[in-house]
Write a protein that binds this ligand. Structure first.
Ligand SMILES: [Zn+2]
Length: 106
């Protein structure tokens, strides 16, 4: 990392709909049940699904599944609430599965 010359945008792997900016990328080291994922502070052009409680690798959360608002591909989820006090910083953050997004320079 470092020496970046421009903004990178992360888009839907299916339709290239822009979903998040690299400046909002918080972590690339997220591991979810399906593989690697990125955590973002903000995401755009997404559709929020219904909220549900889900047991994840690091504890129990209330999450909301998110999908592309253009093609409908499922992308990951948004953390609504963490039950574990040490994980509360994740509330309001977005998880996008690496396999579902592509890097686009802009
Ligand atoms: Zn899409």
């Amino acid at each position: 990392m470092g020496g970046s010359t421009g903004n990178t945008l992360y888009g839907c792997s299916n339709c290239q709909n822009p979903l998040a900016h690299s400046e909002d990328l918080l972590s690339k080291d997220f591991v979810v049940n399906s593989g690697q994922a990125y955590m973002f502070a903000h995401a755009m052009n997404i559709t929020l699904g219904h909220e549900e409680d889900k047991q994840l690798l690091t504890g129990l959360y209330t999450i909301c599944f998110i999908s592309c608002n253009n093609c409908g591909q499922e992308l990951g989820w948004k953390y609504i609430r963490a039950y574990d006090a040490t994980q509360k910083f994740k509330a309001g953050k977005f998880i996008l599965e690496k396999a579902k997004i592509v890097e686009e320079s802009c």
